[in-house]
Design a binder for this molecule. Sequence first.
Ligand code: SF4
Length: 406
Amino acid sequence: MYEWIAKLNAVPFIKFFLMTTFSYSDPKSTEVSENPILLPSILELSREKLALAVIDMGEKTFRSTQLWRSLYRERVLSFDDISTLSKSFRQRLNETYSISPLSKSMFLTSSDSSTSKALYRLNDGELIESVLMRYETDGHRRNRKTACISTQAGCALGCTFCATGQQGFRRNLTVGEIVAQVIELDRIAYKEDQVQVVEGKRTKGELQGVTNVVFMGMGEPLANYDNVMASIKVLNDAQGLNIGARHITLSTVGLVPQILKLAEEALQINLAISLHAPDNVTRSQTMPVNRRYPVEELIRACHKYADLTNRRIFFEYVLLKEQNDSIDQARKLGRLLNGLHCHVNLIPVNPTKQGPFERTDLQSAKEFQGGLKQYGIPSTIRMEKGIDINAGCGQLRERAVDILGT
Ligand code: SF4
């Protein structure tokens, strides 16, 4: 029954960029860079290691703070742009490190300009994807820009609905490779803000760049636990990117031991679970991880997480007509989540051209929502935009392999 998801060719962050129709906004916007970066990236260093490296280079400790701010607050592209540092120090930095470990290979913007998707090449030739989502003020929340980032090249978990999962696992991303995605998108977002200030569309106080980060790109973040935790620390640093923990969301398909470990970290980040089915039979058909960590075990871990962190958990549930959107299934989901401090995002998804499934209409989605409400489960229906399945996670990489022949 759940071949629906397999047909979708969709993604871990289905809820994000499947909601936007992508197109090449302008052939000129597609950049191809083949320059290899040979020196190690300075973004691999934690704040503490950067301080030690600066001292090793014969400089005072406070220089590392200046350097850190330039890298993460000012997003400099070159050490030569850091005017607070001496010329000789900049020279030594140039000889020892590169800044970004990413080179941009492709950049696409949706036809409504709300979403851009970037393809980056890593030093060893691997390709990863990142997405910048632009949200207008919606009455409840200020306008915001969300960076959706990858944590692995490929993925070992093999969800049948995911293009990345079908490509197999190649390697974990390093801390620098994870953080650099946010810096790259932040640079773009900030420039756009500056243009809007000049145009009178926003005030100088709204020069904010990327405001939110979601770990929902290629890979399973909790399978690259240490590097993801280290990158959250960097993103969160008040003298750097300064992304508040509550503006960071980590999405997982449900690695139970890591969820329990995360609960002990005392972070204020948001945890999102890709659930998509209310029972083991249906969930296991598309998400092999469910055979290792069945639904009941996953929900028990979620209870522990919510108890320890006092944080609400978000569940993602893709709705497909006559597949998983019945009132019975809503009640089943309601019973499963009953008593858990959580919120469910219901995502009616458009079918692929070749897929047999129809989109759950708004009325049916509301009825499903009503079924959840009977159990006191709050939910939101996301029907913002049209969905183009070809924009799914891993799809851009596949396209690049065709275009670039790599
Ligand atoms: S866990 Fe891996 S295979 Fe599953 S949706 Fe996420 S990236 Fe794809």
